[in-house]
Design a protein around this ligand. Sequence first.
Ligand code: MF3
Ligand code: CO
Ligand code: CO
Length: 269
Amino acid sequence: MNHESQRYLTKDGIRLYEPGDFAGMHAAGRLTAQILDEVAVHVFPGQTTGAIDDFIRNRVEELNAVSATIGYKGYQHASCISVNHVVCHGIPGDKKLKDGDILNIDVTTIVDGWYGDSSRMYVAGTLSRKAERLIEVTHDALMLGIEAVKPGNTFGDIGYAIQSYVEAQRMSVVRDFCGHGLGRVFHAPPNVLHYGRPGTGPVLEEGMFFTIEPMVNLGRAETKVLADDWTAVTRDKSLSAQFEHSVGVTADGVEIFTLSPAGTFHPTY
Ligand code: MF3
Ligand code: CO
Ligand code: CO
């Protein structure tokens, strides 16, 4: 390792960005969040997930941004849309949404080389009580994880905040997928686990940029990936939900880069 890289990589290989880099992440995060705001009116029974993805693809282009997912490891779409028991990486297509379906829409854009990665839950038509509870718990779990972000805390503190809350609600945290460092790249160290023990894992330092994106299941935590090599589903077919923010560690806490300009991150607001 040379002296140059030692200055901005921690011993865990986590990049420390400069104070001036927050503005780039803010712009990318805001654009992603704006598209997630706008897409809400396109979610309704009878709509296809492919049509939702077309809207997202067009908006990314109209806003002079670039989709991070089109071409990523062969992925062909501007979003992942994960319906009901799909945990993540659902592929948009011509299947129509049904009344009561819940779905996660995950969008990552690149603005001036900076990555903004966020996802939220949406509902087609009428929300069932059990789906509402799942969505509520998943949202609150993410926000509790974010509350644990400040210099001196550890990544284990984030995972513990999420896991302890979710399991107290008798739901389960998915172990097979995690959050990730990002910034000038889509996926970088560390793996941000949504479970863990307090005080374990790398120490959070000012200038770290990463996502927190817990997936929560009403049933068991186990997942499997379908034959398309992308779609991850719950093994027990139970409902799954996810929320994702991109965040940066500040001198005394956290900045959420992907806050909703319309204030509609939480679907029932
Ligand atoms: N946006 C996803 C994440 O949160 C990654 C999607 S990669 C794709 O990390 F290729 F499936 F789009
Ligand atoms: Co992500
Ligand atoms: Co994402």
